[in-house]
Design a protein around this ligand. Structure first.
Ligand SMILES: C[S@@+](CC[C@H](N)C(=O)[O-])C[C@H]1O[C@@H](n2cnc3c(N)ncnc32)[C@H](O)[C@@H]1O
Length: 251
């Protein structure tokens, strides 16, 4: 069994109990060193082989996995945040499946949720929006045309934009063209949950300047939407007049 593990956003206490347990028992650990906090590997057993995949090709990573599998070793493949979001795990899972090697994915706390916690703000506020879009600008990875920020912006919901802070001016320009007002709230969170986390608050009008002044160019999320500035209606979930199953009254 090869275990893909979400390491969480940075704070080593934000890995799941299951993920930490598997890492502690692994003979081989391959971790994405560019973003994963090395401290999540503190619990590795003595003598475990540890590889930083940031300098390895897909083929080299797979070769380590295949060899460990042949030798009957337990492998932990550790990715940042949750592996299913921009984790590049699909090609690894497909290669394992092709060889009949079993694997599982242990989810993790995505940086998007660490960023919301850092602000702190709920991303879905009644009367404001009930939808969150997670997306990115294209970089070396293309983004399908129908998913350009200008078109996604037309929904006016909360948007969480990964991998794009180095193009902040393009992000704000496209969102304004798509229909968000210049006063729409924007929060940029760099290194969410790390000791040196930074939170920059602004609007679509001024966030580009603030981000550049702060020198933020990577490992940051751009969160946009009226949830960061607008009043909202109280959630009906805890309203005394709103009965639901857990309170023993019929819905
Ligand atoms: C390759 S993606 C990986 C995302 C990861 N799978 C997740 O669930 O958070 C890397 C991008 O995630 C965001 N990111 C990762 N860790 C972060 C953190 N601790 N704080 C803010 N953004 C982070 C940044 O936008 C960064 O460019």
């Amino acid at each position: 069994m090869i275990h893909f593990i979400g390491a969480g956003p940075g704070d080593p206490e934000l890995i799941t109990v299951k993920g930490a347990r598997i890492i502690a028992g692994a003979d081989v650990v391959i971790y994405a060193g560019s973003l994963v906090n090395r401290a999540v590997l503190d619990g590795c057993k003595p003598g475990a082989e540890v590889y930083d995949s940031s300098g390895m090709s897909l083929e080299e990573v797979l070769e380590v996995m295949f060899r460990a599998w042949r030798e009957g070793k337990k492998v932990a493949r550790v990715h940042t945040g949750d592996p299913s979001i921009y984790g590049a795990i699909q090609e690894q899972m497909d290669a394992l499946a092709e060889k009949g090697i079993p694997f599982e994915v242990v989810p993790g706390v995505s940086s998007v949720f660490a960023a919301a916690a850092a602000i702190p703000r709920e991303l879905t506020l009644p009367g404001v929006t009930q939808t969150v879009i997670m997306t990115r600008l294209e970089g070396r990875t293309p983004v399908p045309g129908a998913e350009n920020l200008r078109d996604l912006a037309r929904h006016g919901c909360t948007m969480c934009i990964f991998l794009s802070v180095n193009q902040i001016d393009r992000v704000t320009a496209e969102l304004l063209q798509g229909g968000y007002g210049p006063g729409t709230g924007v929060v940029v969170v760099e290194k969410a949950s790390w000791p040196d986390q930074r939170v920059i608050r602004g609007t679509l009008e001024n966030i580009g300047k603030l981000v550049k002044e702060a020198g933020i160019t990577r490992q940051a999320l751009i969160l946009v939407g009226d949830v960061f500035v607008r009043d909202y209606r109280r959630s009906r979930l805890y309203d005394p007049d709103f009965s639901h199953g857990f309170r023993g009254r019929a819905e």
